[in-house]
Design a protein. Structure first.
Lengths: 141, 84
């Protein structure tokens, strides 16, 4: 079995186990939790369960069929897909920071100073992480 | 007759510079399918399609893998042309 497929399989099983664990927790201690937290945990677990099921099915298909395994391995290792993924993620980060900055200003104008402050803090934190990551990658490459 | 694929580089070269490649022609000479070449060099079929169409410029490592597969040097498969 290929290491990558194995890793994907382990990841999806962990995802499923955590989601089932949260479901069991909410069923067992559901009465002691407030309604908001209860629905939040259920939604979180539902999302994780969905991701876990899909990735498990993909991994099982890959294990049964060697050509599918190769396809999966190629799609994970593919340099073009990696660069597209990096580019998409970088663009999403840029858009998120800009949206946060705009939202922060709007919140400050309409008098919601608390939210504006939190958003401003989040932007500063993200940019600090960016600088650290940039310096780290620069030193490595 | 061999036709070169025109590739516009966006990151490393000027707009006027071109990288051509003979991947499609060499693959057809070998009677290989895109999927087979993709599996051999360890990428997806879409990546081979993009390289052949000239939409994507492979890394130096992938370019070497492709050239080695066709028993050619990298310069014989990927041709860099600088416009004056």
């Amino acid at each position: 079995m290929n290491k990558l497929v194995k890793g994907k399989m382990i990841g999806s099983i962990i995802c499923l186990v955590i989601s089932v664990g949260i479901f069991v927790y909410t069923l067992t201690f559901g009465k002691t939790l407030n309604e908001e937290l209860h629905s939040y945990l259920n939604g979180f677990a539902g999302g994780m369960f969905g991701v876990g099921i899909v990735t498990t099915i993909i991994s099982i298909n890959a294990l049964k069929n060697p050509s599918k395994a190769r396809e999966l391995e190629n799609s994970i290792n593919d340099e073009r897909l990696k660069s597209i993924n990096n580019c998409a993620m970088a663009n999403v980060c840029r858009i998120c920071i800009i949206l946060q900055a705009v939202s922060s200003v709007v919140c400050a104008i309409i008098g919601k100073m608390e939210v504006a402050k939190y958003l401003g803090f989040a932007i500063c934190f993200e940019l600090i992480i960016y600088i650290i990551m940039y310096s780290y990658l620069k030193s490595k490459n | 007759m061999i036709y070169y694929n025109k590739v516009k580089l966006t990151l490393h070269l000027k707009e006027s510079d071109e990288l051509k490649n003979l991947v499609e022609q060499l693959r057809k000479q070998k009677n290989e399918r895109q999927e087979e070449l993709a599996n051999i060099v360890g990428v997806s079929r879409q990546t081979i399609i993009s390289i052949e169409k000239g939409k994507y410029n492979p890394s130096i490592l992938l370019a070497f893998k492709i050239a080695n597969h066709f028993n050619k040097s990298i310069e014989e498969v990927f041709i860099y042309e600088e416009e004056e």
